[in-house]
Design a protein around this ligand. Structure first.
Ligand code: NDP
Ligand code: GDP
Length: 337
């Protein structure tokens, strides 16, 4: 079986490559060129896996690139993971977010339709499409009310793939994934920002961790569990949409407390709003709140109802919240030694 992964250098690309390698796939990945020719998280893969991956340099916004790639390779499966994936950046750069996430998805869907219609395609949709949901938990029937340029772009991608599925009979499955994190999560996402800061403090840094909205409520799972759900979607009998998440809800504050707990520090909080600080037992300021890190609009209140994935795909998350925080902090402690 031949697979093409867009976004192979990102977090999910790393875990998916490992999974599909273990299943015997021939792996092709799309990487965009950069001046240092760095291949991101591909560098962390074991050498035997890394050396077998065939890289195709190209950009999502280049329709000709995808047309030729699909005509040449005709993969059995495509996992379309590549995206401008950071919500905060999408508020500052909505146009490029739309170009990459909307046109990029359209380019790929067109290439599948025109050059490789038997290919099964996965599209990485997101719980962010729910915006600020009024009903908890959320599932495939919850209404979408996106509240960031990122979420708008993903909803456009989602409707594009659904339309192509129905209009042209393509096998395209959408994963409506809730937040998933790991030891290779991008450093600007709040979970990794916290785990990296905690590890830095163990190394001797005196710089407090600056955060925005401590009350944001998210459903955080482990990326390694999620890629298995993606694979199951493409190997299900019908192309459908599935929610993947944990069904657990936690705040940024809880994540922070848990992360400091891993290194034996019990945080206490003092002050309110942007004046709030997190203190160690001996009164050192370890966490500060910054107004600049609040978003123009928050999207939270997320809790996944993943019953459909459990019942139809036999998928469920394995890693609990506390384990996730521990593995991220311990990994950053190891790599910062
Ligand atoms: P990452 O940000 O880690 O990876 C994104 C990937 O997309 C990187 O490989 C990046 O390349 C690539 N990319 C970005 N722009 C382009 C472009 N113009 N052309 C080609 N490649 C490009 O994301 P994750 O792995 O965490 O997420 C995978 C997908 O799932 C994304 O689409 C994301 O939006 C979605 N998603 C993620 C969730 C999560 O919690 N992780 C939740 C729900 C959905 P480079 O290395 O060069 O930057
Ligand atoms: P997202 O859910 O894809 O936007 O992932 P993030 O990790 O970027 O953000 C998760 C939540 O943490 C959001 O509700 C943010 O508002 C909140 N948050 C609070 N402080 C920070 C911070 O310093 N950085 C980031 N990235 N998010 C923060």
């Amino acid at each position: 079986m031949k697979v093409l992964i867009t976004g192979i250098s990102g977090q999910d690309g790393y875990f998916l490559s490992k999974l599909l390698y273990s299943k015997g796939y021939e792996i092709h990945g799309v990487v965009r060129r950069n001046s240092s020719m760095s291949v991101g998280n591909l560098n962390f893969l074991p050498q035997n896996i890394r050396s077998e991956i065939k890289i195709h340099y190209g950009d999502l916004t280049d329709a000709n690139f995808f047309a030729k790639l699909l005509a040449d390779e005709k993969p059995d499966e495509i996992y379309h993971l590549a995206a401008q994936s950071f919500v905060g950046y999408s508020f500052q750069n909505p146009s490029s977010t739309y170009d990459v996430n909307i046109s990029g998805t359209l380019n790929l869907a067109n290439a599948v339709k025109d050059y490789s219609p038997r290919t099964r395609m996965y599209f990485a949709a997101t719980s962010e499409m729910f915006g600020q949901p009024e009903t908890i938990p959320q599932n495939e029937n919850t209404s979408f009310k996106p509240r960031s340029p990122y979420a708008v772009s993903k909803l456009a991608g989602f409707w594009t793939t659904k339309t192509y599925r129905e209009a042209y009979g393509l096998f395209i499955a959408n994963g409506i994934c809730f937040n998933h994190e790991s030891e290779v999560r991008g450093p600007e996402f709040v979970t990794r920002k916290i785990s990296l800061a905690v590890a830095d403090m163990v190394r001797g840094s005196n710089k407090p961790l600056e955060l925005g909205n401590l009350e944001a409520r998210k459903d955080w799972g482990y990326a390694g569990d999620f890629v298995d759900g993606m694979w199951k979607m493409l190997n299900y009998k019908e192309p459908e949409d599935f929610v993947l998440g944990t069904g657990e809800i936690h705040t940024v504050r809880e994540f922070t407390e848990e992360a400091f707990g891993v290194i034996g520090i019990r945080l206490t909080w003092k002050g309110l709003g942007v004046n709030e600080v997190g203190l160690s037992e001996d009164g050192n300021i370890l966490v500060k709140v910054s107004r600049d890190l609040y978003r123009p609009l928050e999207s939270d209140n997320y809790k996944a109802d993943y019953r459909k994935a459990r019942e139809k795909l036999g998928w469920k998350p394995k890693t609990k919240f506390k384990e996730l925080v521990k593995l991220m902090v311990e990994n950053d402690l190891k790599s910062s030694k």
